[in-house]
Design a protein around this ligand. Sequence first.
Ligand code: GLU
Length: 494
Amino acid sequence: MEQVRVRFAPSPTGYLHIGGLRTALYNYLFARHNDGKFILRIEDTDRTRFVEGAIENLINSLEWAGIDYDEGVFVENGEVVQKGEYGPYIQSERLDIYRKYVDELIEKGYAYYCFCSKERLDNVREEQKIKGLIPRYDGFCRNIDIEEAKKRIANGEEYVVRLKLPHDRDIKFHDLVRGDIVINTNDLDDQVLLKSDGFPTYHLAVVVDDHLMNITHIIRGEEWLPSTPKHVYLYEAFGWEKPDYVHLPTVLNKDRKKLSKRQGDVSVEDFRASGYLSEGLVNYLALVGWSPEGTEEILSMEEMIKQFSFDRVAKTGGIFDKDKLDWVNGHYIRSFSPEDITDLAIPYLKEAGFITDEDVKERYDWIVAMVSTVQESLSTTKEVVEKVEMFFGDEVKPENDEVVEVLNGEQVPTLFQAIREELQEVDELDEEFCKGLMKRIQKKTGIKGKNLYMPVRSALTGNLHGPELVNIIYVLGKQNILKRIEYVENNYIK
Ligand code: GLU
């Protein structure tokens, strides 16, 4: 088999949608599975959508996700650079190339100059709508003699170049996921290939580039499926062999609608800022539209590369299930070291005002201890903030009446007295001290089991359940423990 070459070809719109990340991921998995090459090409021919810094942002997101590529556009030392034998890989730098191929199409009679004004096109469209027809170009300029067209251009008339599709012809192609697809040209428009600003449209640029860059498989979102017959016709017009196609089902929300910004996170950046690990997001996204062979859904990138094939890609929309994403992400959070999770959580803790830069420098181990008390229960690293809230402030709020009842147990005053006496022995608590503390109190007071642990937990956290008590004691420290005991005595113990 010839070497597999695939590409991810985003338009730099300012952010990478997670649907786009999944497209990139499937390209990547397919390329790596087949020892092929993966290319990043930037499709920036729509100048009205140009966004400053968008290329850098996109590349950052891919890098964060652990999706690397072999050729195309990279960022090195803050600069956008290009590498590979098939460059340039940024379409706005390839205008001369497209021009040459447009001229070839015109010469061969596969394309024509069109001089229709915007007003005329709007009128035609309006009339078609009134008649209940699908709006499309009416072919007004299809038969203008080429010499005459050239004269009009020389006289400064504005023009575009359109594809001259034959009437009533079935265009056939094969999609590796969807099978054979046939679309009749009567259902297609004479697509603009070159715009009046001299830029190609996506349709021309994508075909020329995929051919010149030797792309073997086009893996992209299903929103491009209706455009594919036009592309297939262009391959024929040029006399080029066409690549294989795979159109991926759209990533949908639970209502089976496209994920939209209004409903929350949609960009890779958003998910990253919400505290998802790249491993969690990537593993989960792979499952939206593709299913592994076995029942195991937690898969490393290597494992996914090993297993990936189009046979197991779904034909219909993949539902994005946030609960499942949280579950997958939680799995990865638990598999990370406490230090790694702490480092990821520190920005959120600082933002919440729980810690300062000073704390990070002076009390890093304490922060790690605090984060590790809640690590098991996290779905995202951002969630650390709400989970560790219990360690801050002097007040304790009992979560329910049962807690208050526990605090009013008759053994509780003895218990608190014993804790105070124990704490008097030390200036600061270390782990050793904490580990032995409850045992010593048990010995001293004879109180044990539930009667011992529940009131202490209730006084320190206001809850009957939660992280290991020893860890809570250590993270709170001597002064906070004393303050909390006093607080519940003053407010909840009768
Ligand atoms: N530039 C297109 C996009 O933004 C790429 C479509 C394709 O892969 O052909 O999605």
